[in-house]
Design a protein around this ligand. Structure first.
Ligand code: SF4
Length: 307
């Protein structure tokens, strides 16, 4: 009987759940997944997934009516077990209302709605914490920037330093397109010759993942492209400001590098990064210079053959 995984959190969380999907599929066969419309495009051709059930919790499925409709649909499928990695009342209620007999969730979630409770490991990478939901052992390390304070402010200067060495493609969502266009224009060559490509808002999620897979290197904030790069094995330089890799969402590859300001007392200041710096100076990001990121890029070794 097919297992169900309900993961309707942010896109990055869905990417970090894919190792759980793969592990469950290896054990029991491909799984069904309830996820957001944005993440559905990423999972619908995933080999570990039998079927994606989109749940538009902020759109057409918002409110109790949408939750009941989802529960009815799940109930008709007669799933034997549901895995609930997201600490969400809505998710727990959906599985409970669907009368799925085995509902597995973490102890820091909604225990009274689960039939099996697992302890979420406090340490380690988020991938391993999610795998613990189904008692899988930890692994061995191997596009869109929604939160304003997690965005590094010096991409324009960085791109200006890189365009003579490599082709630069800027990936992100439609909301990043204007900023990316500004960067592309700032590094134009003689006669307006374009030396970088603005792909923000022009690629589907899967196309963005493929673009990242083909890249020699990704430089990113703490955001969904970081997790896409990890999923496709692309060397990564991840720039962390108000959040920290210790939250469990950092890069893990042997060549990957993190750029961050250690010793800043206010850091980290929130789980997802605030929209604006509560102290007004945004020092966690403002202090990370282009040279810091260029040094991290060199340390990955990913661009050496391109010189
Ligand atoms: S309070 Fe500190 S960690 Fe948070 S955004 Fe401001 S500088 Fe960054």
């Amino acid at each position: 009987m097919t297992s169900l995984v309900i993961q309707t959190a942010f896109l990055g969380d869905v990417v970090l759940t894919t190792p759980l999907l793969e592990a469950l599929a290896a054990r029991h066969g491909p799984v069904d997944v309830v996820t957001t419309p944005a993440a559905a495009a990423l999972l619908e051709t995933h080999p570990a997934v039998r079927r994606v059930i989109p749940y538009d919790k902020k759109g057409r499925d918002a409110g109790p009516g949408g939750l009941v409709r989802l529960a009815r649909r799940l109930r008709a499928e007669r799933y034997a077990v549901a895995y609930l990695p997201h600490r969400s009342l809505r998710t727990a209620l959906a599985a409970w209302l669907a009368r799925i007999p085995q509902r597995v969730g973490f102890a820091d979630g909604w225990r009274w709605l689960y039939t099996e409770v697992r302890w979420r490991p406090r340490d380690g990478h988020e991938v391993d914490r999610v795998l613990a939901l189904a008692d899988f052992p930890p692994t061995n390390g191997a596009v869109t920037q929604r939160w304003g304070t997690k965005r590094w402010p010096y991409y324009e200067k960085l791109v200006g330093r890189l365009v003579d060495r490599v082709r630069v493609v800027l990936v992100g969502g439609p909301e990043d397109a204007d900023l990316a266009e500004k960067i592309v224009r700032a590094v134009e060559g003689d006669g307006g010759r374009r030396r970088a490509v603005n792909a923000c808002g022009r690629l589907t999620l899967r196309q963005s993942a493929e673009a990242i897979r083909r890249a020699a290197l990704l430089v990113t904030n703490d955001s969904a492209p970081l997790h896409l790069a990890q999923a496709v094995g692309t060397p990564t330089v991840a720039i962390f400001g108000p959040t920290v890799p210790a939250f469990g969402f950092g890069p893990r590859g042997p060549r990957d590098r993190v750029v961050e300001l250690n010793g800043l007392m206010c850091r980290p200041c929130s789980a997802h990064g605030p929209h604006v710096c509560p102290l007004g100076h945004h020092r966690c990001m403002q202090s990370l210079g282009v040279e810091d990121v260029l040094q991290a890029i060199e340390e990955t070794g990913a661009l050496r053959r391109r010189d």
